[in-house]
Ligand binder design. Structure first.
Ligand code: ATP
Ligand code: MG
Length: 455
Protein backbone atom coordinates (compact mmCIF):
# COMPACT_ATOMS: atom_id res chain seq x y z
CA UNK A 1 0.00 0.00 0.00
CA UNK A 2 2.68 2.48 1.05
CA UNK A 3 4.70 1.69 -2.09
CA UNK A 4 1.77 2.56 -4.31
CA UNK A 5 1.11 5.76 -2.35
CA UNK A 6 4.75 6.80 -2.74
CA UNK A 7 4.70 6.08 -6.45
CA UNK A 8 1.49 8.11 -6.83
CA UNK A 9 2.97 10.98 -4.84
CA UNK A 10 5.99 11.07 -7.16
CA UNK A 11 3.79 11.09 -10.22
CA UNK A 12 1.74 13.96 -8.82
CA UNK A 13 4.83 15.80 -7.66
CA UNK A 14 6.35 15.65 -11.16
CA UNK A 15 3.25 17.39 -12.48
CA UNK A 16 3.46 20.04 -9.74
CA UNK A 17 0.49 18.65 -7.86
CA UNK A 18 0.30 17.96 -4.15
CA UNK A 19 -0.70 14.61 -2.69
CA UNK A 20 -1.08 13.88 1.02
CA UNK A 21 -2.23 11.01 3.16
CA UNK A 22 -5.07 12.37 5.27
CA UNK A 23 -7.69 11.69 7.90
CA UNK A 24 -8.24 8.19 9.26
CA UNK A 25 -5.27 6.84 7.33
CA UNK A 26 -2.76 9.03 9.18
CA UNK A 27 -4.60 8.64 12.49
CA UNK A 28 -4.63 4.84 12.32
CA UNK A 29 -1.02 4.75 11.18
CA UNK A 30 0.09 6.77 14.18
CA UNK A 31 -2.06 4.67 16.49
CA UNK A 32 -0.63 1.54 14.93
CA UNK A 33 -4.17 0.34 14.41
CA UNK A 34 -2.89 -2.28 12.02
CA UNK A 35 -1.17 -1.39 8.78
CA UNK A 36 -2.69 1.58 6.97
CA UNK A 37 -6.27 0.30 7.03
CA UNK A 38 -7.40 2.43 4.12
CA UNK A 39 -5.61 4.75 1.80
CA UNK A 40 -7.24 8.17 1.93
CA UNK A 41 -5.32 10.78 -0.04
CA UNK A 42 -6.01 14.45 -0.77
CA UNK A 43 -4.78 16.59 -3.62
CA UNK A 44 -5.15 20.01 -5.23
CA UNK A 45 -5.79 18.26 -8.57
CA UNK A 46 -9.39 18.13 -9.80
CA UNK A 47 -11.06 14.74 -10.45
CA UNK A 48 -10.42 14.71 -14.22
CA UNK A 49 -6.78 15.64 -13.62
CA UNK A 50 -6.51 12.89 -11.03
CA UNK A 51 -7.76 10.37 -13.55
CA UNK A 52 -5.23 11.54 -16.11
CA UNK A 53 -2.36 11.48 -13.62
CA UNK A 54 -3.06 7.98 -12.27
CA UNK A 55 -3.42 6.30 -15.68
CA UNK A 56 0.33 5.52 -16.10
CA UNK A 57 0.35 3.78 -12.67
CA UNK A 58 -1.89 1.05 -14.15
CA UNK A 59 -4.68 0.67 -11.62
CA UNK A 60 -7.03 -2.22 -12.46
CA UNK A 61 -10.04 0.06 -12.04
CA UNK A 62 -10.73 3.77 -11.67
CA UNK A 63 -14.12 4.79 -10.29
CA UNK A 64 -15.61 8.17 -9.53
CA UNK A 65 -17.35 8.07 -6.14
CA UNK A 66 -18.29 10.29 -3.25
CA UNK A 67 -20.57 13.26 -2.90
CA UNK A 68 -20.76 15.03 -6.23
CA UNK A 69 -17.90 12.87 -7.53
CA UNK A 70 -15.15 14.62 -5.60
CA UNK A 71 -13.39 11.32 -5.03
CA UNK A 72 -11.54 9.01 -7.40
CA UNK A 73 -11.21 5.43 -6.21
CA UNK A 74 -8.33 3.38 -7.53
CA UNK A 75 -8.13 -0.38 -7.40
CA UNK A 76 -4.75 -2.04 -7.48
CA UNK A 77 -4.17 -5.75 -7.00
CA UNK A 78 -4.99 -5.90 -3.33
CA UNK A 79 -5.34 -2.30 -2.23
CA UNK A 80 -7.93 0.37 -2.73
CA UNK A 81 -6.85 3.99 -2.64
CA UNK A 82 -9.14 6.99 -2.65
CA UNK A 83 -7.95 10.38 -3.85
CA UNK A 84 -10.14 13.36 -3.05
CA UNK A 85 -9.73 16.89 -4.32
CA UNK A 86 -9.17 19.38 -1.48
CA UNK A 87 -12.46 20.64 -0.19
CA UNK A 88 -13.32 23.90 1.40
CA UNK A 89 -15.73 24.54 4.19
CA UNK A 90 -19.14 25.18 2.79
CA UNK A 91 -22.06 23.60 4.50
CA UNK A 92 -25.70 24.26 4.09
CA UNK A 93 -27.07 23.84 7.61
CA UNK A 94 -30.57 23.04 6.33
CA UNK A 95 -29.48 20.26 4.04
CA UNK A 96 -29.55 16.68 5.28
CA UNK A 97 -26.17 16.11 3.69
CA UNK A 98 -23.18 18.43 3.65
CA UNK A 99 -22.48 20.27 0.41
CA UNK A 100 -19.09 19.92 -1.14
CA UNK A 101 -16.97 22.62 -2.69
CA UNK A 102 -13.51 22.14 -4.20
CA UNK A 103 -10.74 24.01 -2.39
CA UNK A 104 -7.16 24.88 -3.26
CA UNK A 105 -5.13 24.41 -0.09
CA UNK A 106 -4.34 21.62 2.31
CA UNK A 107 -4.91 24.02 5.23
CA UNK A 108 -8.47 24.70 4.11
CA UNK A 109 -9.08 20.99 3.63
CA UNK A 110 -7.86 20.07 7.10
CA UNK A 111 -9.83 22.89 8.73
CA UNK A 112 -13.18 21.48 7.59
CA UNK A 113 -12.51 18.05 9.09
CA UNK A 114 -14.35 17.00 12.24
CA UNK A 115 -11.84 16.16 14.99
CA UNK A 116 -8.22 17.13 15.52
CA UNK A 117 -7.09 13.49 15.36
CA UNK A 118 -8.77 13.27 11.93
CA UNK A 119 -7.21 16.52 10.69
CA UNK A 120 -3.65 15.29 10.22
CA UNK A 121 -1.91 15.04 6.87
CA UNK A 122 1.30 13.27 5.92
CA UNK A 123 3.49 13.94 2.92
CA UNK A 124 4.36 10.43 1.68
CA UNK A 125 7.63 11.63 0.10
CA UNK A 126 9.15 13.58 2.99
CA UNK A 127 7.13 11.80 5.69
CA UNK A 128 6.47 15.21 7.18
CA UNK A 129 3.26 15.50 9.18
CA UNK A 130 1.08 18.58 8.83
CA UNK A 131 -0.56 19.10 12.19
CA UNK A 132 -2.35 22.44 12.28
CA UNK A 133 -4.65 21.62 15.18
CA UNK A 134 -2.44 19.68 17.58
CA UNK A 135 -3.98 16.41 16.51
CA UNK A 136 -0.89 14.44 17.48
CA UNK A 137 -1.04 15.69 21.04
CA UNK A 138 -4.72 14.75 21.29
CA UNK A 139 -3.92 11.36 19.79
CA UNK A 140 -1.32 10.77 22.48
CA UNK A 141 -3.64 12.02 25.20
CA UNK A 142 -6.57 9.95 23.86
CA UNK A 143 -8.76 12.99 23.37
CA UNK A 144 -11.48 13.79 20.85
CA UNK A 145 -11.71 17.50 20.20
CA UNK A 146 -13.59 19.37 17.50
CA UNK A 147 -11.39 21.23 15.03
CA UNK A 148 -11.39 25.01 15.53
CA UNK A 149 -12.74 26.99 18.42
CA UNK A 150 -16.43 26.99 17.64
CA UNK A 151 -17.53 23.43 18.28
CA UNK A 152 -21.22 24.33 18.20
CA UNK A 153 -20.81 25.67 14.69
CA UNK A 154 -18.90 22.57 13.60
CA UNK A 155 -21.64 20.28 14.82
CA UNK A 156 -24.22 22.56 13.24
CA UNK A 157 -22.52 22.17 9.85
CA UNK A 158 -23.00 18.43 9.95
CA UNK A 159 -24.78 16.96 12.97
CA UNK A 160 -23.52 13.49 12.07
CA UNK A 161 -20.33 14.62 13.81
CA UNK A 162 -22.21 14.37 17.11
CA UNK A 163 -22.45 10.65 16.55
CA UNK A 164 -19.00 10.31 15.05
CA UNK A 165 -17.52 11.71 18.27
CA UNK A 166 -19.21 8.99 20.31
CA UNK A 167 -18.39 6.30 17.78
CA UNK A 168 -14.68 7.17 17.82
CA UNK A 169 -14.75 7.23 21.64
CA UNK A 170 -16.13 3.67 21.53
CA UNK A 171 -13.69 2.47 18.88
CA UNK A 172 -10.55 4.04 20.30
CA UNK A 173 -11.46 4.25 24.00
CA UNK A 174 -10.85 8.03 23.88
CA UNK A 175 -12.40 10.75 26.04
CA UNK A 176 -14.36 13.66 24.59
CA UNK A 177 -12.82 17.00 25.56
CA UNK A 178 -15.00 19.20 27.82
CA UNK A 179 -15.85 22.03 25.38
CA UNK A 180 -16.60 19.57 22.61
CA UNK A 181 -18.72 17.54 25.01
CA UNK A 182 -20.70 20.58 26.14
CA UNK A 183 -21.35 21.51 22.52
CA UNK A 184 -22.63 18.00 21.80
CA UNK A 185 -25.09 18.29 24.67
CA UNK A 186 -26.30 21.66 23.36
CA UNK A 187 -26.62 20.44 19.78
CA UNK A 188 -28.04 16.98 20.51
CA UNK A 189 -31.49 17.66 19.09
CA UNK A 190 -30.05 18.60 15.68
CA UNK A 191 -29.53 14.88 15.12
CA UNK A 192 -33.10 14.97 13.80
CA UNK A 193 -31.80 16.64 10.64
CA UNK A 194 -29.59 13.71 9.76
CA UNK A 195 -30.75 10.96 7.44
CA UNK A 196 -31.69 7.71 9.21
CA UNK A 197 -29.23 5.76 7.04
CA UNK A 198 -26.27 7.78 8.25
CA UNK A 199 -27.35 7.32 11.85
CA UNK A 200 -27.78 3.60 11.25
CA UNK A 201 -24.27 3.25 9.83
CA UNK A 202 -22.71 5.06 12.80
CA UNK A 203 -24.73 2.97 15.25
CA UNK A 204 -23.47 -0.20 13.60
CA UNK A 205 -19.87 0.95 13.93
CA UNK A 206 -20.46 1.92 17.55
CA UNK A 207 -22.09 -1.40 18.46
CA UNK A 208 -19.40 -3.45 16.73
CA UNK A 209 -16.57 -1.47 18.32
CA UNK A 210 -14.34 -2.81 21.13
CA UNK A 211 -16.09 -0.57 23.71
CA UNK A 212 -19.80 -0.57 22.82
CA UNK A 213 -20.80 0.06 26.45
CA UNK A 214 -18.78 3.24 26.54
CA UNK A 215 -20.46 4.40 23.34
CA UNK A 216 -23.97 3.58 24.54
CA UNK A 217 -23.38 5.27 27.89
CA UNK A 218 -22.13 8.39 26.11
CA UNK A 219 -25.18 8.46 23.85
CA UNK A 220 -27.37 8.45 26.94
CA UNK A 221 -25.28 10.91 28.96
CA UNK A 222 -24.95 13.43 26.14
CA UNK A 223 -28.65 13.37 25.28
CA UNK A 224 -28.24 11.74 21.86
CA UNK A 225 -30.03 8.46 22.58
CA UNK A 226 -33.31 10.34 22.86
CA UNK A 227 -33.15 11.04 19.11
CA UNK A 228 -32.02 7.57 18.08
CA UNK A 229 -33.62 4.89 20.29
CA UNK A 230 -35.60 6.66 23.03
CA UNK A 231 -36.90 3.26 24.19
CA UNK A 232 -33.46 2.54 25.66
CA UNK A 233 -33.97 5.38 28.15
CA UNK A 234 -36.98 3.50 29.57
CA UNK A 235 -34.61 0.78 30.81
CA UNK A 236 -32.97 3.16 33.26
CA UNK A 237 -34.01 2.80 36.86
CA UNK A 238 -36.21 -0.23 36.21
CA UNK A 239 -35.16 -2.97 38.59
CA UNK A 240 -35.30 -6.69 37.81
CA UNK A 241 -35.79 -7.82 41.36
CA UNK A 242 -38.19 -6.83 44.09
CA UNK A 243 -35.55 -6.86 46.79
CA UNK A 244 -35.84 -3.84 49.00
CA UNK A 245 -32.89 -2.08 50.56
CA UNK A 246 -29.87 -3.38 48.68
CA UNK A 247 -29.68 -1.52 45.42
CA UNK A 248 -29.95 -3.89 42.50
CA UNK A 249 -28.72 -3.36 38.97
CA UNK A 250 -31.32 -1.84 36.66
CA UNK A 251 -32.22 -3.37 33.32
CA UNK A 252 -30.16 -0.74 31.52
CA UNK A 253 -26.99 -1.87 33.33
CA UNK A 254 -27.84 -5.51 32.61
CA UNK A 255 -28.40 -4.83 28.90
CA UNK A 256 -25.10 -2.98 28.58
CA UNK A 257 -23.22 -5.88 30.12
CA UNK A 258 -24.92 -8.32 27.79
CA UNK A 259 -23.97 -6.18 24.77
CA UNK A 260 -20.36 -6.15 25.91
CA UNK A 261 -20.30 -9.89 26.57
CA UNK A 262 -21.83 -10.79 23.20
CA UNK A 263 -19.85 -11.39 19.99
CA UNK A 264 -19.22 -8.41 17.73
CA UNK A 265 -21.63 -9.50 15.00
CA UNK A 266 -24.42 -7.14 13.85
CA UNK A 267 -27.43 -9.38 14.58
CA UNK A 268 -25.98 -10.53 17.92
CA UNK A 269 -25.10 -7.05 19.18
CA UNK A 270 -28.43 -5.53 18.10
CA UNK A 271 -30.22 -8.53 19.59
CA UNK A 272 -28.32 -7.99 22.83
CA UNK A 273 -29.21 -4.29 22.92
CA UNK A 274 -32.89 -4.96 22.27
CA UNK A 275 -33.53 -8.33 23.96
CA UNK A 276 -35.09 -6.83 27.10
CA UNK A 277 -36.36 -3.61 25.51
CA UNK A 278 -39.98 -4.38 26.44
CA UNK A 279 -39.33 -5.19 30.08
CA UNK A 280 -40.34 -1.73 31.37
CA UNK A 281 -43.60 -1.89 29.41
CA UNK A 282 -44.53 -5.41 30.49
CA UNK A 283 -43.51 -5.17 34.13
CA UNK A 284 -46.00 -6.32 36.74
CA UNK A 285 -45.74 -7.06 40.45
CA UNK A 286 -47.53 -9.94 42.10
CA UNK A 287 -46.97 -11.19 45.64
CA UNK A 288 -43.90 -9.00 45.87
CA UNK A 289 -42.46 -10.71 42.78
CA UNK A 290 -41.66 -8.90 39.56
CA UNK A 291 -42.77 -10.35 36.24
CA UNK A 292 -42.22 -9.34 32.64
CA UNK A 293 -44.83 -11.54 31.00
CA UNK A 294 -44.48 -11.73 27.22
CA UNK A 295 -41.63 -9.25 27.11
CA UNK A 296 -39.96 -11.29 24.37
CA UNK A 297 -42.99 -10.98 22.07
CA UNK A 298 -43.60 -7.29 22.75
CA UNK A 299 -39.85 -6.81 22.48
CA UNK A 300 -39.77 -8.44 19.04
CA UNK A 301 -42.38 -5.92 17.88
CA UNK A 302 -40.50 -3.04 19.41
CA UNK A 303 -37.23 -4.20 17.85
CA UNK A 304 -38.91 -4.32 14.44
CA UNK A 305 -40.24 -0.83 14.97
CA UNK A 306 -36.91 0.60 16.13
CA UNK A 307 -34.90 -0.96 13.30
CA UNK A 308 -37.46 0.01 10.68
CA UNK A 309 -37.19 3.59 11.86
CA UNK A 310 -33.43 3.37 11.29
CA UNK A 311 -34.02 2.02 7.76
CA UNK A 312 -32.41 -1.37 8.23
CA UNK A 313 -33.23 -3.87 5.51
CA UNK A 314 -36.06 -6.33 5.94
CA UNK A 315 -33.92 -9.40 6.40
CA UNK A 316 -31.84 -7.80 9.13
CA UNK A 317 -34.95 -6.57 10.95
CA UNK A 318 -36.45 -10.05 10.79
CA UNK A 319 -33.29 -11.66 12.11
CA UNK A 320 -32.93 -9.33 15.10
CA UNK A 321 -36.60 -9.58 16.01
CA UNK A 322 -36.35 -13.39 15.85
CA UNK A 323 -33.43 -13.29 18.29
CA UNK A 324 -35.44 -11.08 20.67
CA UNK A 325 -38.52 -13.27 20.33
CA UNK A 326 -36.68 -16.53 20.99
CA UNK A 327 -34.18 -15.46 23.64
CA UNK A 328 -36.25 -16.69 26.58
CA UNK A 329 -36.69 -20.10 24.99
CA UNK A 330 -32.95 -20.52 24.50
CA UNK A 331 -32.36 -19.30 28.05
CA UNK A 332 -34.84 -21.87 29.37
CA UNK A 333 -32.86 -24.83 28.01
CA UNK A 334 -32.20 -27.70 30.39
CA UNK A 335 -30.58 -31.09 29.87
CA UNK A 336 -33.92 -32.90 29.96
CA UNK A 337 -35.10 -31.27 26.72
CA UNK A 338 -35.94 -33.92 24.13
CA UNK A 339 -34.20 -33.92 20.75
CA UNK A 340 -37.55 -32.82 19.36
CA UNK A 341 -37.57 -29.70 21.54
CA UNK A 342 -34.01 -28.86 20.47
CA UNK A 343 -34.93 -29.45 16.80
CA UNK A 344 -37.93 -27.15 17.12
CA UNK A 345 -35.76 -24.37 18.51
CA UNK A 346 -33.35 -24.92 15.63
CA UNK A 347 -36.13 -24.82 13.04
CA UNK A 348 -37.72 -21.72 14.57
CA UNK A 349 -34.45 -19.83 14.80
CA UNK A 350 -33.06 -20.90 11.40
CA UNK A 351 -30.23 -18.61 10.32
CA UNK A 352 -30.04 -16.81 13.65
CA UNK A 353 -29.29 -19.88 15.79
CA UNK A 354 -25.62 -18.87 16.25
CA UNK A 355 -26.68 -15.35 17.28
CA UNK A 356 -29.28 -16.76 19.63
CA UNK A 357 -26.81 -19.12 21.30
CA UNK A 358 -24.30 -16.33 21.61
CA UNK A 359 -26.84 -14.01 23.21
CA UNK A 360 -27.83 -16.76 25.61
CA UNK A 361 -24.18 -17.17 26.58
CA UNK A 362 -23.88 -13.41 27.16
CA UNK A 363 -27.21 -13.03 28.94
CA UNK A 364 -25.86 -14.14 32.30
CA UNK A 365 -24.61 -11.14 34.17
CA UNK A 366 -24.73 -12.47 37.70
CA UNK A 367 -21.73 -11.68 39.87
CA UNK A 368 -21.85 -15.17 41.36
CA UNK A 369 -19.27 -17.25 39.56
CA UNK A 370 -20.94 -20.59 40.29
CA UNK A 371 -24.15 -19.34 38.67
CA UNK A 372 -22.31 -18.00 35.64
CA UNK A 373 -20.36 -21.23 35.17
CA UNK A 374 -23.42 -23.43 35.44
CA UNK A 375 -25.32 -21.29 32.93
CA UNK A 376 -22.38 -21.23 30.52
CA UNK A 377 -22.17 -25.03 30.66
CA UNK A 378 -25.88 -25.25 29.90
CA UNK A 379 -25.56 -23.09 26.75
CA UNK A 380 -22.49 -25.05 25.71
CA UNK A 381 -24.44 -28.28 25.99
CA UNK A 382 -27.31 -26.82 23.94
CA UNK A 383 -24.84 -25.68 21.26
CA UNK A 384 -23.32 -29.16 21.10
CA UNK A 385 -26.69 -30.86 20.81
CA UNK A 386 -27.65 -28.46 18.00
CA UNK A 387 -24.41 -29.24 16.21
CA UNK A 388 -24.99 -32.97 16.56
CA UNK A 389 -28.59 -32.77 15.34
CA UNK A 390 -27.55 -30.57 12.42
CA UNK A 391 -25.04 -33.18 11.27
CA UNK A 392 -27.72 -35.83 11.58
CA UNK A 393 -30.18 -33.72 9.57
CA UNK A 394 -27.58 -33.35 6.84
CA UNK A 395 -27.52 -37.14 6.43
CA UNK A 396 -31.30 -37.58 6.78
CA UNK A 397 -33.22 -34.37 6.09
CA UNK A 398 -36.03 -33.41 8.45
CA UNK A 399 -39.17 -33.67 6.32
CA UNK A 400 -42.46 -35.49 6.17
CA UNK A 401 -42.03 -38.95 4.55
CA UNK A 402 -45.04 -38.13 2.34
CA UNK A 403 -45.23 -34.87 0.46
CA UNK A 404 -48.38 -33.04 -0.66
CA UNK A 405 -48.52 -34.81 -4.03
CA UNK A 406 -48.23 -38.25 -2.51
CA UNK A 407 -50.98 -37.50 0.02
CA UNK A 408 -53.31 -36.14 -2.68
CA UNK A 409 -52.77 -39.21 -4.81
CA UNK A 410 -53.28 -41.54 -1.86
CA UNK A 411 -56.66 -40.05 -0.97
CA UNK A 412 -57.69 -39.14 -4.50
CA UNK A 413 -58.32 -35.54 -3.53
CA UNK A 414 -57.16 -32.23 -4.94
CA UNK A 415 -55.22 -29.53 -3.09
CA UNK A 416 -57.04 -27.92 -0.18
CA UNK A 417 -56.99 -27.11 3.53
CA UNK A 418 -57.33 -30.81 4.42
CA UNK A 419 -53.66 -31.33 3.57
CA UNK A 420 -52.03 -28.97 6.07
CA UNK A 421 -52.90 -30.83 9.35
CA UNK A 422 -51.74 -34.12 7.86
CA UNK A 423 -48.42 -32.76 6.71
CA UNK A 424 -47.85 -30.86 9.95
CA UNK A 425 -48.59 -33.95 12.01
CA UNK A 426 -46.20 -36.14 10.01
CA UNK A 427 -43.47 -33.49 10.10
CA UNK A 428 -44.00 -33.08 13.85
CA UNK A 429 -43.45 -36.82 14.38
CA UNK A 430 -40.21 -36.64 12.39
CA UNK A 431 -39.02 -33.62 14.40
CA UNK A 432 -39.77 -35.47 17.62
CA UNK A 433 -37.81 -38.46 16.39
CA UNK A 434 -40.86 -40.76 16.43
CA UNK A 435 -40.96 -41.29 12.69
CA UNK A 436 -38.10 -41.67 10.22
CA UNK A 437 -38.29 -39.24 7.32
CA UNK A 438 -37.97 -42.11 4.84
CA UNK A 439 -40.53 -44.39 6.50
CA UNK A 440 -43.32 -44.03 3.95
CA UNK A 441 -45.12 -47.18 5.14
CA UNK A 442 -45.66 -46.07 8.73
CA UNK A 443 -46.49 -42.56 7.48
CA UNK A 444 -49.15 -44.02 5.17
CA UNK A 445 -50.76 -45.91 8.04
CA UNK A 446 -50.76 -42.83 10.25
CA UNK A 447 -52.26 -40.68 7.48
CA UNK A 448 -55.02 -43.24 6.75
CA UNK A 449 -55.80 -43.46 10.47
CA UNK A 450 -56.05 -39.67 10.77
CA UNK A 451 -58.33 -39.34 7.77
CA UNK A 452 -60.64 -42.10 8.95
CA UNK A 453 -60.93 -40.52 12.38
CA UNK A 454 -61.95 -37.27 10.76
CA UNK A 455 -64.74 -38.67 8.61
P1 ATP B 1 -13.18 4.96 9.60
O1 ATP B 1 -12.89 4.83 8.14
O2 ATP B 1 -12.39 4.08 10.49
O3 ATP B 1 -14.63 4.92 9.88
P2 ATP B 1 -12.32 7.65 9.19
O4 ATP B 1 -11.83 8.72 10.10
O5 ATP B 1 -11.42 7.22 8.10
O6 ATP B 1 -12.73 6.43 10.08
P3 ATP B 1 -14.17 8.29 7.14
O7 ATP B 1 -15.64 8.41 7.20
O8 ATP B 1 -13.53 7.26 6.28
O9 ATP B 1 -13.69 8.14 8.63
O10 ATP B 1 -13.64 9.74 6.73
C1 ATP B 1 -12.28 10.03 6.38
C2 ATP B 1 -11.92 11.40 6.91
O11 ATP B 1 -12.80 12.40 6.38
C3 ATP B 1 -12.03 11.54 8.42
O12 ATP B 1 -10.87 11.10 9.07
C4 ATP B 1 -12.26 13.03 8.58
O13 ATP B 1 -11.06 13.75 8.48
C5 ATP B 1 -13.11 13.37 7.38
N1 ATP B 1 -14.56 13.30 7.65
C6 ATP B 1 -15.37 12.24 7.46
N2 ATP B 1 -16.64 12.54 7.79
C7 ATP B 1 -16.65 13.81 8.20
C8 ATP B 1 -17.65 14.70 8.65
N3 ATP B 1 -18.92 14.31 8.76
N4 ATP B 1 -17.28 15.97 8.98
C9 ATP B 1 -16.00 16.37 8.85
N5 ATP B 1 -15.01 15.58 8.44
C10 ATP B 1 -15.31 14.31 8.09
MG1 MG C 1 -11.94 5.83 6.46
Amino acid sequence: MLDIIKMLAETFHDQHKQLYMVGGTVRDDLLLRGQASDGDLATDARPDEIKRLVAPTHPTAVVLVGERFGTVRLHYDDSIIEITTFRSERYNPDSRKPEVCFGDSLEEDLARRDFTINALARDPLSDRIHDLFNGRRDLEDHILRAVGDEPDKRFGEDPLRLLRAVRFAAQLDFEIEAETRAAIVRQASTLQKISRERIRDEMNKLLLSPHPTKGLDLLVELGLMEWIIPEVLELKGVSQKATVGKSTKDIYAHVLRVVERSSARPVTRWGALLHDIAKPRTKSVEDNKIHFFGHEDVGAYMARDILKRLHFDREFIYHVSQVVKLHMRANAYTSDWTDGAVRRLMLDSGDVLPDLLDLSRADITSYRMDKVNRAAARVQELAERCQHLREEAERVPIKSPLDGNELMEMFGRGPGPWLRPLKDHLLGLVIDGELASDDKETATNIARQMMSEQS
